[in-house]
Ligand binder design. Structure first.
Ligand code: SF4
Length: 403
């Protein structure tokens, strides 16, 4: 499977677990510089067309009008009025996007978005998503998890298994699954029918062991020896994730920086009568959507073909939405991507050293410094380079070609 090297980029600030977990939710709005921010958990990234429309309406009526996909396939609404919490909650409740008020922030579940769709012979993990979400929401211990604790349910192709989750299930042929804890190099084999129970047990044991030892941690990777890892080697999996275009079982599109205005989300809903699966790579898979709809989605502004410079290009909010930022990173990134011809390594622009939403694995870190940018190919031996904003496009293109 793809390696999951330390997701923290060079120079990242270390975690401070002494402070409360302030991760935003659908009910706990975060006061950002561009208004309040709500994060709505979507296990497996699954949305019905009606739910897509409801999110577009909520963003338009209560916020800045542009829902955005997060690095976990959830949705954020930004620029919300500070007094809109009750109305937002009611809108979410009316379309079943708020099944538990006590557990809403811990429903962090990513799943292989192509599971059961592309005829590649991998397991269909959608049933795991529904079972895990339902049981998590009924578990009285679960609200003790951090709002950042992540479950990854991989259909066997290794896509979400590379996302640095706390608890990862990897389906295997023959009715078994591997349970991987944090960044452990080994895993434990479990019957597929008991995989969800094993994942929940791991999360519960994590909380119990922290309590017993008087430790504070949000992630299993912070306390790697806390739980026994299992004795099976991790398999070498392809790790491919959906590229924009036509799939055997539908369509796949990308959203620039994961963001689209409400009308574009409505266009997506109309093209996807069977619902959408949002991906942790800021895209959407549309099961059953007709290939003939792709040109219309391209005209609406979605990314519909693979291999462009926008492939796996992301950026944090930056200025003006985040006062910590040293630059308007999205504007700078758009200019740089417009001058690039092809893709290469994933790339992420950050306005400060927190590097919100950066990818895992090998990627190009483009960090605002106040004088320009520092460009670092993370997970490779290539050294960082300091460049001006004008020089940044060329430096990024070269770093993305790093092998
Ligand atoms: S990385 Fe820094 S500048 Fe960017 S959104 Fe996060 S805190 Fe703000």
């Amino acid at each position: 499977m793809p390696s999951t090297p330390d997701a923290a980029a060079p120079g990242s600030a270390g975690p401070d677990r002494g402070r409360a977990d302030a991760c935003p939710g659908a009910l706990r709005l975060h006061p950002a510089d561009d208004g309040a921010l709500a994060r709505i958990r979507l296990p497996g990234g699954l949305l019905t067309s009606r739910q897509v429309t409801a999110l577009a309406d909520a963003a338009e009526l209560l916020g800045d009008g542009a829902p955005e996909i997060t690095s976990r396939g959830n949705v954020q609404l930004r620029g919300l009025r500070s007094d809109c919490g009750a109305e937002l909650a009611e809108r979410l409740r009316s379309v079943a996007l708020l099944p538990s008020e006590t557990h809403e922030r811990v429903r962090n579940i990513v799943a292989s978005p192509l599971a059961g769709l592309d005829g590649a012979g991998y397991a269909d993990v959608q049933a795991w998503v529904r079972e895990l979400d339902a049981r998590l929401c009924r578990a009285d211990w679960a609200p003790g998890l951090s709002g950042k604790f992540l479950f990854a349910l991989d259909d066997g192709r290794g896509d979400v298994a590379a996302l640095d989750a706390d608890v990862t299930l990897i389906a295997r042929p023959g009715g078994t699954a591997l349970l991987r804890l944090g960044r452990s190099a080994t895993a434990r084999a479990v019957p597929a029918g008991q995989a969800v129970t094993a994942a929940l047990d791991a999360a519960r044991h994590f909380l119990a062991a922290l309590r017993e030892r008087g430790l504070a941690a949000w992630h299993l990777r912070e306390v790697p020896d806390l739980l026994p890892p299992g004795g099976e080697e991790l398999p070498d999996l392809p790790g491919t994730h959906p590229a924009p275009g036509v799939l055997p079982g539908g369509l796949s599109v990308g959203l620039r920086f994961g963001r689209a205005d409400a009308d574009r989300w409505r266009t997506l809903a109309a093209a996807a009568p069977d619902g959408v699966r949002l991906t942790p790579w800021r895209g959407a898979v549309l099961p059953g959507a007709a290939p003939g709809l792709l040109p219309e989605l391209a005209r609406a502004g979605f990314l519909t073909r693979p291999g462009t410079a926008w492939d796996r290009a992301t950026a944090c909010t930056g200025l003006p939405g985040c006062a910590r930022s040293l630059a308007d990173v999205r504007t700078d990134a758009v200019l740089a991507l417009g001058r690039a011809e092809d893709a290469g390594l994933p790339v992420h622009w950050s306005g400060c050293e927190r590097r919100c939403g950066h990818p895992a694995g090998r990627w190009v870190d483009v960090l605002a410094t106040g004088q320009g940018y520092r460009v670092t190919p993370v997970g490779t031996p290539a050294p960082p380079v300091e460049v001006t904003t004008d020089e940044m496009a060329e430096a990024v293109a070269e770093a993305r070609r790093t092998t």
